[in-house]
Design a protein around this ligand. Structure first.
Ligand SMILES: [Zn+2]
Length: 161
């Protein structure tokens, strides 16, 4: 049985089908204004990354916390229904496979969880950190927030992701 109300359900479905979710648009616009040039939703790459920066060998995924199952995030609670649980587990496995194969082909993978795109002042420092990472980062995988810091009650996290 579906645990969602019709409103919740249509919200989730819109997340699935929407190609330009708000977070992606914000991040793209910010990077563009900083002079970065990129491709978007390029089908040639595993997982069709939201942003592909060939010059920096970097790809960016902007992930909705619910749909991609952001563990430890207070905006994500695993649904009780098997139907949704299974869907989200599958998405997570697929994300992991895509990330692994991108890294194997020499790409650096940056994941931005939508819960980091909240307040304006936080957003600006996020974009600065992101630009820094794109230009100088050496890690093959980085996430915002950092995977280690994501479990707490960090202040300033957006309630609307
Ligand atoms: Zn999150």
């Amino acid at each position: 049985m579906d645990v969602f109300t019709p409103e919740e359900r249509s919200y989730v479905m819109s997340k699935i089908h929407g190609k330009d979710t708000r977070g992606e648009v914000l991040v793209r616009k910010s990077l563009f204004s900083l002079g970065f040039r990129f491709r978007k939703n390029d089908k040639r790459y595993p997982g069709r990354p939201d942003i592909v920066l060939p010059k920096y060998h970097a790809v960016i995924f902007v992930n909705g916390c619910f749909w991609h199952g952001h563990e430890g995030c207070r905006h994500f609670v695993m649904p009780q229904s098997e139907f949704w649980k299974e869907k989200i587990e599958k998405n997570k496995e697929r994300d992991e496979r895509n990330i692994a194969s991108l890294i194997a082909s020499g790409w650096r993978v940056i994941v931005i969880w939508e819960c980091t795109l909240g307040r304006k002042e936080d957003f600006i420092s996020l974009i600065q950190a992101l630009a820094d990472e794109i230009r100088k980062g050496k890690n093959s995988y980085v996430s915002f927030p950092d995977d280690e810091v994501r479990s707490g009650n960090e202040p300033g996290i957006s309630p609307d992701c």
